[in-house]
Design a protein around this ligand. Structure first.
Ligand SMILES: Cc1cc2nc3c(=O)[nH]c(=O)nc-3n(C[C@H](O)[C@H](O)[C@H](O)COP(=O)(O)OP(=O)(O)OC[C@H]3O[C@@H](n4cnc5c(N)ncnc54)[C@H](O)[C@@H]3O)c2cc1C
Length: 488
């Protein structure tokens, strides 16, 4: 099998890049490698919200890198209308994609103080960027019927941010690619690269065959680390990819109270916030949990499902307890240890990376797919180099800030889980206990690299707390270079 360009990975970023390449040069013969069922992929588990402002947190814009990541999101927001129009031009009317605009951002007290800080940071950014929004009465949000003690006291309506049916959209991209361009889908898993000199010449796939190309784009989401590990000459310089495992569900809507637009909280407790959105045929998508692991997971966890349903029933609509569960998803967000993406060419000729988009890769896909395609073809593009794959870790927290931020996220999670503390100073006692626990992690890691709270919480949820600490102690010392990174 020989292609001009081979995309390794069939999630939203792989599909968007393949199609963008074909739009720019229809003569290209392109191969997309990946299992048809997209097992463990993040894109299928996403709703997906197309949010830029509603994703802002109290810390996300404090660093230059954070601002650049936000810029990617803003660029993507500008692309969605024309991208969907372009896709719909290929589709018969009944199959066309709807961009359901409008997001209700709610501030309820079923969480910690962090929710308020994130909510006000979003409000500040909306004002500074003259982005349209209106303050709305939470009692008038269609589809919202929370328990009284979970009711939001403030909410904003963002008319320019919304959602799309992720599954339908990816099926449309794949159909257009197959029916209108020279794009072939290879229902197999990639195993390793063949490198001659300093160039990738082919990849080996699980059936024993190989695929040759001049250019390879590695876009396997959190699974990309497995292939990066086979290239020690570059793996040492690429921030470690982890798996932000997330569970989501689809239930049928409450017919008497239909959710019409995204309803979401700000990002909270190391995750992307509780959100619900309409998904056609009377369905309601509910997302999402996030727990970072060393390697991808493919099974829905009982505890996370329980938590997600509890949150949805308490905070979105108590009548959803009558709904049928239509389906559930488990996906792995590709998250680097510094939480920033990996975009661009590597120092091995012909090998490009597009991953590490973590929470909002679906939203960023029209911009990233087109920009990567342009970069590969040597055309003008708007991507800068800050997130190039081989780079130092980007530091956005001091160790002290990281500890303080982690405590806030732990508290948030505990309050969302209905923690009730005795009066008189117990809040401080609990904070101190968490402080000690987080400090212990830093003592064991022997690093001053300020981890983001999600990464800090990874240790808590890891399958083996002490072993993962040992791994990252070595990682921060650089000793991991002598080890096989995928062993844990
Ligand atoms: C529950 C959840 C909710 C989310 N919600 C949102 C949201 O609302 N908005 C948003 O913008 N983002 C959201 N995200 C994040 C977003 O989904 C990701 O950032 C984005 O989808 C990443 O896309 P990708 O193509 O890089 O990776 P993936 O979608 O993970 O795709 C990688 C593909 O590679 C395949 N693969 C695995 N192994 C191999 C192999 N050996 N060879 C070839 N292929 C392989 C996988 O099967 C998969 O199909 C969410 C993620 C999750 C998990």
């Amino acid at each position: 099998m020989t292609y001009d360009i081979t995309i390794i990975g069939n999630g939203i970023l792989g599909l968007s890049t393949a199609l963008s390449l074909a739009f720019l040069d229809p003569s290209l013969k392109i191969g997309v490698v990946g299992p048809e069922n997209k097992e463990g992929g993040a894109s299928v588990a996403a709703g997906a919200m197309l949010n830029a402002f509603a994703e802002i947190t109290s810390t996300s814009l404090k660093s230059y890198a954070g601002q650049e990541k936000f810029n990617l999101s803003i660029q993507a927001s500008k692309r969605w209308d024309s991208w969907i129009k372009k896709i719909n031009d290929f589709l018969p009317v009944p199959d066309q994609i709807t961009y359901q605009k409008g997001t209700f951002l709610i501030l309820n007290s079923k969480s910690g103080i962090l929710d308020s800080e994130n909510f006000y940071s979003i409000l500040k950014a909306l004002n500074e960027h003259n982005e349209p929004y209106e303050e709305v009465n939470p009692a008038e949000i269609p589809g919202l019927h929370p328990l009284e003690d979970c009711r939001p006291l403030r909410s904003l309506y963002l008319p320019n941010e919304g959602c799309i049916d992720s599954g339908k959209f990816m099926r449309a991209l794949q159909d257009i690619a197959t029916n209108h361009y020279k794009i072939s889908f290879i229902n197999k898993k990639a195993k390793s690269f063949n490198v001659r000199g300093n160039s990738v010449t082919s990849i080996n796939i699980e059936s024993g065959e190989s695929i040759s190309s001049k250019t390879f784009v590695l876009a396997m989401g959190s699974y990309s680390q497995k292939l990066i590990d086979t290239l020690p000459q570059i793996s040492r310089n690429i921030p470690r990819l982890l798996s932000g495992m997330g569970c989501s569900l689809v239930v049928n809507q409450d017919n008497n109270n239909i959710v019409q637009h995204v309803i979401r909280t700000p990002n909270r407790s190391g995750a992307c916030g509780l959100h619900a959105m309409p998904q056609g045929e009377g369905n309601l998508y509910i997302g999402a949990t996030n727990n970072v692991y060393m390697n991808p997971k493919t099974h829905h966890k009982a505890g996370f499902t329980h938590f997600l349903l509890e949150c949805a029933l308490e905070q979105i609509n108590q009548n959803l307890h009558k709904s049928d569960i239509k389906t559930y998803y488990t996906g792995n967000r590709p998250a680097t240890i510094d939480t920033f993406p990996l975009i661009g060419e590597t120092s091995i000729n012909g090998l490009w990376l597009l991953t590490g988009t973590y929470r909002d890769g679906f939203h960023q896909s029209p911009f990233l797919g087109d920009s990567m395609a342009r970069k590969i073809l040597g055309l003008p593009h708007e991507l800068n180099n800050i997130f190039k794959p081989e780079r130092s870790l980007i530091k956005t927290f001091t160790k002290e800030e990281s500890i303080e931020e982690a405590i806030r996220h732990y508290m948030c999670g505990a309050y969302e889980r209905s923690m009730k503390l005795p009066k008189a100073g117990w809040d401080e006692v609990l904070r101190d206990l968490i402080h000690n626990r987080v400090n212990y992690v830093y003592d064991r890691l022997e690093t001053n690299f300020g981890l983001s709270p999600d990464m800090m919480m990874m240790f808590e949820f890891s399958d083996d707390f002490e072993e993962s600490l040992d791994y990252f102690k070595d990682y921060f010392k650089g000793n991991h270079l002598r080890k096989n990174l995928s062993i844990l």
